[in-house]
Design a protein around this ligand. Structure first.
Ligand code: M6R
Length: 609
């Protein structure tokens, strides 16, 4: 996720772009840049780091001009540095582009362009867009962009300016947001409304495949066939603060609702139309991967819970033993690690001190280190041998949600990839699993579409002293995550217990009305879970059950309330079952008036031991 702003008008562009980018910094903050049409040239200034680095530079070195594009980056291809920062320009400096999204076939296009003698400066997919447009440019920018787009696969929004066309700014969107701001004698493009609100409240929302061609006084919207479209402007009535959160009350809720997109962005570039997995980012050869005799996953908190789900999937698919270790424990226990160990460090931030220390410990003992992380260029990504980036976009709320779901997707892909390599699953079996993975975004959305049911339960139960989560098998891991989410943002004491363990102690804590959230999504353990629900109900507990749609009616007999999730493969249920738990934690915290995005005593990235 990145932030785009563009301006064409009569005012000085730099201050307008910088104000807009400041409002979009939540979309990315590892580097920032602007391209301004200034004194008959395109001048690009871009720097690694927060927006303030660029702001300081531009304050000391003013850049005049009335047409420009700006960008705040959250790296996906290429580490955050000055060269990889946007805007990117074409070979002869004719075209400048800012971009949000991923061009999936960029390597193929890059090699094709290189074959035509075009040189590249950066490691980004975005530079390919600028080069392609210039390659096709014969005096008509719209036509050049239309030709370039036909070559590009993926999901993206872009802003484009051209040295030869000082009176034109172009925006285009495909599966990523872009709004057009309507001014008087000036017009704008932006990734999100907050960037525009200081200047206008009237906007056009572009649809997928549409291009907006802006001059100072006119906006033309073209569809993918190049036909002009009529569009009614939308008048924005929200205040700036809620607009930054996309109209949601909190970043956490916004991020929960972004999960279908986060899964799509992480999954789709790594699987093809035939449901083959391509993990191009792994530098290990098949032979090298095959020689590992064990995998250790290290992580903390929510990332560790993703690791537990990953263990289940990798062992099931690839039949390799997997241990999951809490990073802060691992380094002090003199672990069994050698050259035949693949260590997977899972970390949203890529900066967690305990995970980093555990990684170094294992690396020192000869393990090969692969990290699953969300932050390009983070310390863990720099120290690992191999990196699998989750493309969830920046996660602002302290409570991790969309990063967790994408970590599970990553570990499933790694498991399936290894399975095919080792021959524990056939190509067709892997393809079937990938086909179901592709259905998950829509299934998550189906749960999100009915979140009022979960809110209603939270509104009745928010005064509980203690909440217990129970489950068996992979459901036990999802329970652990549900319990952590609830305690960290609502401050209610909660525990997750493997359902079969209840009768060995914890059941003593149940009283009349105690809330027990029971997960029963595993077909092979389903009867056992029904017995466990009856067991706690007999002690007076109020039971909320989460089960697959197909089991709903049967479970109703053993629970007070049933929430169903769409049917899916048993191994993939954690991706769906966690969503009602995240929403329950969120709405409970809202009902208790807690500070949801910044819970007390917690930090987003824990860089101390
Ligand atoms: O950035 P990391 O994934 O390494 O962070 C690990 C934990 O600190 C993190 O998951 C924490 O548990 C979250 N607050 C959970 O929501």
């Amino acid at each position: 996720m990145c932030g785009i702003v563009g301006y064409i008008g009569e005012k000085q562009t730099v201050p307008i772009l910088m104000e807009g980018l400041e409002k979009l910094e939540y979309r990315g903050y590892d580097s920032a840049g602007v391209a301004i049409y200034s004194q008959e040239d395109l001048v690009v200034k871009k720097f690694k780091g927060r927006l303030s680095v660029l702001a300081d530079y531009l304050e000391e070195n003013p850049l005049p001009g009335v047409l420009g594009i700006g960008h705040t980056r959250w790296a996906t291809h290429g580490e955050p540095n000055d060269i990889n920062a946007h805007p990117h320009t074409s070979y002869h400096g004719k075209i400048a582009v800012v971009h949000n999204g991923i061009v999936e076939n960029y390597m193929k296009l890059k090699n094709w362009l290189k074959g035509k003698g075009i040189e590249f400066k950066s490691e980004t997919d975005t530079e390919v867009i600028a080069q392609l447009i210039e390659y096709y440019y014969e005096g008509n920018l719209v036509e050049a962009l239309q030709k370039a787009i036909q070559k590009m696969e993926g999901a993206y929004a872009i802003g484009v300016i051209c040295k030869d066309q000082p009176d034109t700014l172009i925006g285009y969107r495909k599966d990523n947001p872009l709004v057009v701001g309507i001014g008087k004698g000036e017009n704008f493009i932006a990734s999100d409304i907050p960037a525009l609100l200081k200047h206008t409240r009237d906007v056009y929302f572009l649809e997928d495949g549409e291009m907006a061609v802006l001059t100072r006084d006119h906006i033309t919207i073209l569809n993918d066939l190049g036909e002009e479209m009529n569009r009614d402007p939308f008048h924005v009535t929200w205040d700036i603060e809620s607009a930054e959160k996309g109209g949601y009350q909190h970043f956490m809720l916004k991020e929960i609702n972004e999960q279908p997109k986060a899964v799509r962005d992480t999954l789709f570039p790594r699987v093809d139309k035939e449901n083959r997995i391509k993990l191009d980012e792994l530098r290990l050869t098949g032979e090298e991967l095959n020689q590992f005799n064990k995998i250790i996953i290290i992580a903390c908190g929510t990332a560790m819970h993703a690791g537990l789900v990953g263990k289940y999937a990798i062992e099931k698919f690839a039949r390799i033993p997997v241990e999951v270790e809490i990073a802060s424990e691992f380094r002090y226990k003199d672990p069994f690690v050698d050259k035949k160990t693949l260590l997977i460090a899972v970390s949203q931030s890529g900066e967690t001190a305990d995970t980093l220390a555990a990684l170094r410990e294992a690396k020192g003992k000869g393990a090969h280190v692969l990290t699953v992380t969300n932050v390009v260029g983070s310390r863990i990504s720099r120290e690992a041998h191999d990196v699998f980036y989750t493309w969830a976009g920046p996660e602002i709320a302290v409570a991790s949600t969309k990063a967790y779901i994408t970590q599970i997707i990553a570990l499933n892909l790694i498991g399936l990839y290894l399975a095919e390599l080792k021959g524990t699953m056939t190509r067709a079996e892997v393809a079937d699993k990938v086909a179901e993975l592709k259905n998950l975004p829509d299934k998550i959305q189906a749960i999100l579409d009915h979140q009022e049911n979960i809110q209603a339960i939270a509104n009745k139960q928010f005064n509980q002293q203690s909440v217990f989560f129970i489950g068996r098998g992979i459901d036990d891991y999802t329970s652990k995550e549900g319990s952590l989410k609830l305690k960290e943002i609502s401050y209610i004491h909660s525990e997750a217990i493997a359902a079969g363990e209840l009768k060995h102690g914890t059941i003593a804590l149940l009283e009349k009305g105690t809330l027990v959230i029971a997960l029963a999504t595993q077909d092979q353990l389903y009867d056992k879970m029904l017995s466990n629900m009856k067991e706690v109900k007999a002690r007076g507990a109020f039971v909320v059950a989460i089960t697959k749609e197909k089991s709903r009616e049967e479970v109703e007999e053993s629970a007070d309330v049933v929430l169903s999730i769409p049917d899916t493969d048993n191994v993939f249920t954690p991706v769906l079952a966690v969503v009602p738990l995240q929403l329950f934690a969120y709405y409970t915290a809202v009902a208790r008036g807690a500070d949801i995005d910044k819970p007390k005593n917690l930090a987003k990235s824990v860089t101390v031991e």
